[in-house]
Design a protein around this ligand. Structure first.
Ligand SMILES: [Zn+2]
Ligand SMILES: [Zn+2]
Length: 245
């Protein structure tokens, strides 16, 4: 880092800290569960967040599978696509739903820590094999500017699994309507076709990849990411999410 860069970095950190001090004074952080001060989710409330004990095939959403892998019937229909989706918790849990909402739409990026912890806890008892690399589902730069951060990237970075987190090879190159606003399945598929691009295939060739996202809605985004990665030489692509919306 050059001196000028480092100075501007220091100024940014200073402004951010000052901003946090002022905001904490005006709007002190309170637990989203019990309203207690200091943390967005206090330890007691965090321990009430449920961990899913059953995983399902992400394609048919019916068949129960041990790690959320695609069931044998669906494998035939979805060649070269996603290998599975491991879901950490229940979206119908009130606290989790509220936390995800605050994280994504009220821009409380500090919630990435307790939410990453939930992801890590869910993996502890699973038989999911370790990936070679982790890739957070990318946001289009326009959407990233709007939110100020990529929610999947912060979750991946705070997971701290000692596995490289790679954020600069899978890009979202088309700005698309958020999937959650689209009801029609064909339209959703169309909306995301060619939305992603791999810019350096050498880092993913023959690699087993874990994609990370906050929630799975229809699964179209994850399937599209997985297809793009596999067309570029990836071996297996599994995904880890907080909940199924
Ligand atoms: Zn609490
Ligand atoms: Zn299935």
């Amino acid at each position: 880092m050059s001196k000028t860069q480092s100075n501007s970095h220091n100024i940014k950190t200073f402004v951010k800290t000052l901003q946090n001090i002022i905001l904490d004074g005006l709007f002190p952080v309170r637990c989203l569960g019990c309203n207690d001060f200091d943390k967005w989710i206090c330890d007691d409330c965090h321990s009430t967040l449920p961990i899913l004990t059953q995983q399902h095939c992400p394609i048919c959403k019916k068949h129960e599978t041990t790690t959320g892998q695609v069931c044998p019937e669906c494998i035939l229909k979805s060649k070269n696509s996603i290998d599975g989706v491991f879901v950490a918790s229940h979206y119908n849990d009130k606290l989790l739903k509220k936390a995800i909402h605050y994280y994504k739409y009220k821009f409380v990026y500090d919630l990435s820590k307790p939410l990453s912890l939930l992801l890590a806890q869910s993996l502890q008892n699973s038989t999911l094999s370790s990936p070679d690399i982790i890739i957070p589902v990318p946001l289009h730069k326009r959407r990233c500017r709007w939110r100020g951060f990529n929610q999947a990237e912060l979750l991946a970075k705070n997971l701290d699994l000692q596995i490289p987190v790679i954020t600069d090879i899978l890009l979202r190159v088309r700005y698309t309507v958020p999937q959650v606003k689209m009801k029609n399945k064909n339209k959703r598929q169309e909306n995301l076709t060619n939305a992603f691009k791999v810019i350096d295939t050498t880092k993913i060739t023959d690699k087993n990849i874990m994609l990370i996202d906050d929630v799975i809605t229809t699964g179209t985004t994850l399937v599209e990411c997985a297809q793009t990665l596999k067309q570029s030489g990836a071996n297996k692509v599994f995904c880890l999410v907080l909940a199924r919306e």
